[in-house]
Design a protein around this ligand. Sequence first.
Ligand code: ADP
Ligand code: MG
Length: 379
Amino acid sequence: MTVTGFEQHFGSPAQGESSAPGRVNLIGEFTDYNEGWVLPCALEFRCRAHWRRRPDNKIVVVSQEYPGERDEFDGNAPYQQGSLPWANYVRAVVAASQTTGYPMGGIDLLLHSNVPQGRGLSSSAALEVAVLGALASAFDWPLETTEIARLGQLAENQFIGCQCGIMDQLVSAAAEPGSALLLDCQSLETTAIGIPEQWTLVVLDSNHPRQLVDSEYNDRRRDCELACRIIGVNSLRAATPAQLEAYRSEMTTSQFLRAKHVIEENQRVQASAEALANGRLTDLAQLLGEGHRSLADQFEVTVAATDALVAIAKAALGDRVAARQTGGGFGGAVICLCHHDDVETLVTAVHQEYGARTGLEATVFSSRAGAGLELVSYD
Ligand code: ADP
Ligand code: MG
């Protein structure tokens, strides 16, 4: 597709291409809103935005994933929802960009993405970062990576109405190929950590229907905030296991368990980053295993389907695979890290056993760690 596809839609060739990846979180679950650490990784699946400046102020956008649809709006007008849900993501990004005060011109955009949509791999962040890269290239905006991530997050928070943290956009913008990204959610400092060449990321989507996710998410968030207040710290990042024990009698059981998960999870992220840096898969297997158990028993956000996927992976490969539920919980996907040579054994076990145990079929994606935002000029 690419250049020719663009010409078919818009009559002349693209001037440039901006692309950004989807992501998966290796470890660090529910630590983001507690100002802790996360360890996400970009995938090789990417959203590409091909672009060409227009002589007027119009933004015209088409997506190869939504053939026959096209949105057109004034890039300098205030945000207004259009009739195409997918194109509202582009409108939201444009509206967020207006807050920078940089001059907005007209642009033709063609989107094309192989990030699976609505599967927790953050196709929306990939789109936002790719479109921001296209706008910055077309109009010469001097946007830093962190600013791109903040604008993508602003687009989701303020205009789409999704209260996500900054992890997805930041890893999509800043990832380095072949590396995971240790991200400090308080300072936004990032450290790339190389993933050994011989390892593959395998994402097992449980296809379990996710329900009650928002209300349960908010309940847990409130428990964390209350636990924080009882201990007397600004965020659970600053709380120690000893402090938590000291205040245990003043907390409800759920406040205590949620806080314990977060405090221990922060330690696991640090230890996982170190294990990854040293290529120690057995340690990582241990840490992700503990992380999953904590999600099951302390944060209480796993379901039988994701527990089964982790159990199947462990039964097949033991400590040769690191596996845990990733994302907002109550279903979603299990992330696995294992040696290339073990991928087939893992996938075969999942295909043989998951259906019989749960009545569901898993969708399997495998990928190396991908690159962050990439900009190409055709001029
Ligand atoms: P996730 O980010 O987990 O994939 P979201 O619901 O946050 O799920 O975002 C998915 C939405 O993003 C899609 O429903 C669509 O509106 C938009 N989107 C993602 N990729 C594309 C694309 N290639 N073209 C148009 N819209 C897209
Ligand atoms: Mg999303």
